[in-house]
Design a protein. Structure first.
Length: 228
């Protein structure tokens, strides 16, 4: 007997989350198949390198655009494209796992469009914070800055819930503290780059955007401004 009130044991993933994961992992799969000579012929071996050169976010190119006041679309698009080009298979897998977990929770609370906006703008924010105050030597690739933006939005959800029940809101930042601690430890043990700055910038962007993109968020801000 069917029931109109049947509730699945596991909530289905929002389509936008599935689309993001399929796009990121699909690109990685093409690179892997090409590097093994299974598709694309001999030239496919260099597909990843070509994509990194064309679509990664380059601080040097950004500095050139600022200094010359020229903003070619082929370079501006790097702000959006770099999260979809992974440096290796492991990075792509971790990005996909985090998008599945964090993207699902953020999309269910904020909405699918809002989740996608946070993902894209956090990638842009992470790149800007990576390039503007620093002088990094390496291009930015992979989806961790926008993933950290989703973590920022998830942190905002916890932060808001804790405030409603009168709990200590600093507990909401436990996840980002652990992740940053792990990055610091790995950097000390194995050496590393300044990518963590972009990750932290993505987190801050996602957390900040949540005040506007959360359900009723803009109305709360306008109401607070009117009261002041």
């Amino acid at each position: 007997m069917s029931s109109e009130h049947y509730t699945p044991a596991v909530n289905p993933l929002p389509p936008v989350v599935v689309a993001l994961v399929l796009f990121i992992f699909g690109i990685e799969l093409i690179f892997m198949l090409g590097s093994r000579g299974l598709v694309g012929g001999p030239s496919a071996i260099g597909w990843r390198l070509d994509a990194l050169q064309q679509y990664s976010f380059s601080p040097e190119i950004f500095d050139w655009m600022v200094e010359n006041g020229r903003w070619p679309f082929e370079h501006l698009i790097r702000f959006v494209t770099y999260p979809f080009v992974s440096a290796n298979f492991t990075q792509a897998v971790f990005v996909c796992v985090f998008v599945l977990a964090m993207g699902k929770m953020v999309a269910e609370v904020f909405g699918s469009v809002q989740m996608l906006v946070i993902f894209v703008l956090s990638g842009i924010g992470g790149a800007l914070i990576y390039a503007v105050p620093l002088d990094p030597q390496y291009p930015l690739v992979g989806g961790f800055p926008p993933v950290y933006g989703l973590i920022g939005a998830f942190t905002w959800i916890l932060w808001r819930k804790l405030s409603l029940v009168g709990e200590n809101q600093s507990r909401a930042f436990s996840l980002i503290a652990v992740l940053m601690g792990i990055q610091l430890l790995f950097g000390l043990l194995f050496g590393g780059t300044l990518d963590w700055v972009a990750d932290l910038g993505g987190f801050a962007t996602g957390f900040g955007l949540s005040f506007f993109l959360a359900p009723g968020g803009w109305a709360r801000i306008v109401g607070r401004i009117r009261r002041d």
